[in-house]
Design a protein around this ligand. Sequence first.
Ligand SMILES: C[S@@+](CC[C@H](N)C(=O)[O-])C[C@H]1O[C@@H](n2cnc3c(N)ncnc32)[C@H](O)[C@@H]1O
Length: 286
Amino acid sequence: MPTGLRARDASREAALELRRAGVPEPGASAEVLLSELLGVRRGEIPFHDPPLTDEQARLYAAWIERRANREPVQRILGRAYFRNLVLQLNEETLIPRPDTESVVDVALECLDGRGGAGAVLDVGTGTGAIAISIAQERPRTTVYATDLSAQALEAARRNADQNGASVSFHRADLFDGLEFLQDGVDLLVSNPPYVEAGGIEELAPEVREWDPGVALDGGPDGLLFYRRIFDEAPPLLRNGADVVLEVGDGQGKAVLELGGDAGFVPLGLREDLAGTPRVALLRWEG
Ligand SMILES: C[S@@+](CC[C@H](N)C(=O)[O-])C[C@H]1O[C@@H](n2cnc3c(N)ncnc32)[C@H](O)[C@@H]1O
């Protein structure tokens, strides 16, 4: 990127470079990275057109080269936005998706039916997106969260601290070692890995190459973790506990059926903002 270029010209050139590299929505990536470079909101870019300093030009060129190699913008910046949170990422955390915000909405509705309080367990917490949102938005809850990855838990703990949320994090293979929760929880929430193992190769490079495999791989039919959750969760659930699970495209009916077969009461599916059934809601009646 030549130095002395004005910000908007640099962004236009960057978008062209990204388009040539086959990056989807090249203009959006070029603008988001430019807004971070200038420290302004994306919508304010038209009012900020300074010449880039040498250092800014070098940094922007390096970011654009990484994006051209299909590294997601959030990985380049090392952080992602989720609801009103800024969440730090590392190699073992999935980038939290906007779809998952609907999971939080349904979980909050369930908690509101309990006066906004209760014990909550988020299984497979990653950056902590779901657990931290619930703890922050319903402060009278007691929130526990688990992950198999120690490194993901490190990021989640830091994210909770930085966002002023109180969450108790535990390393666990789903529910293993959570005997201290013997009184049970009122709400189990999870966005488990749900991609069919054989389908991972077909995902966009941004996901296939940059999201951790352990966060994606849902076994041969993508439903492995739902079966495990329905099989292993009951000892940790209070009678009447709500179960809120994110599901992949087209998986909702199968997940409700699996839950029904395991003795849960299937209550239905909720849509994400794009209108796709994204959240399965069930109840454990004991
Ligand atoms: C789809 S990601 C969801 C991350 C985060 N909850 C979110 O919504 O952005 C699934 C998470 O489950 C974790 N995971 C995978 N296998 C697990 C297991 N056996 N026990 C606990 N967590 C597991 C992964 O490390 C990953 O963080």
